[in-house]
Write a protein that binds this ligand. Structure first.
Ligand SMILES: *[C@@H]1O[C@H](CO)[C@@H](O)[C@H](O)[C@H]1NC(C)=O
Length: 116
């Protein structure tokens, strides 16, 4: 009984775990979860998105803060943040999607839209 219990437990747990994911094109994708806009790692992603957008689009937006956002486990963590940035004097909201893969030290700006 003892011998059977552990494998069954592991099997059940892995089933539960897999169930909370939806396989999309072979990539396991988790649910979108809200992030805390004042979490330092979220702020870092927000600043990265503005910096990266400035490089790509040759703009001079100034990061102000993350308004709100959500993240999803997929290949690394995908963040979808509403970011406030100053275009000249006025703060406007932008929507940025960033993929973060800390173990590869890789961070990619997937999209940056706005002002929204
Ligand atoms: C990001 O979130 C916004 C607002 O909820 C939504 O309109 C947009 O489609 C999302 N983008 C992605 C790639 O999930």
């Amino acid at each position: 009984m003892q011998k059977l219990f552990v494998p069954i437990l592991i099997f059940s747990l892995s089933f539960l775990f897999c169930n909370s994911y939806v396989a999309l094109g072979g990539v396991p994708v988790g649910d979108w979860r809200p992030v805390n806009p004042s979490d330092p790692s979220v702020i870092e992603i927000g600043k990265f998105a503005v910096d990266e957008h400035n490089k790509e689009a040759n703009t001079a937006l100034r990061y102000i803060n993350v308004v709100n956002g959500k993240s999803q486990l997929e290949v690394g963590v995908k963040y979808n943040l509403t970011i406030q940035a100053a275009d000249g004097t006025f703060g406007k909201n932008y929507q940025a999607v960033v993929r973060d893969m800390p173990w590869r030290k890789s961070r990619v700006l997937l999209s940056f839209e706005g002002p929204i």
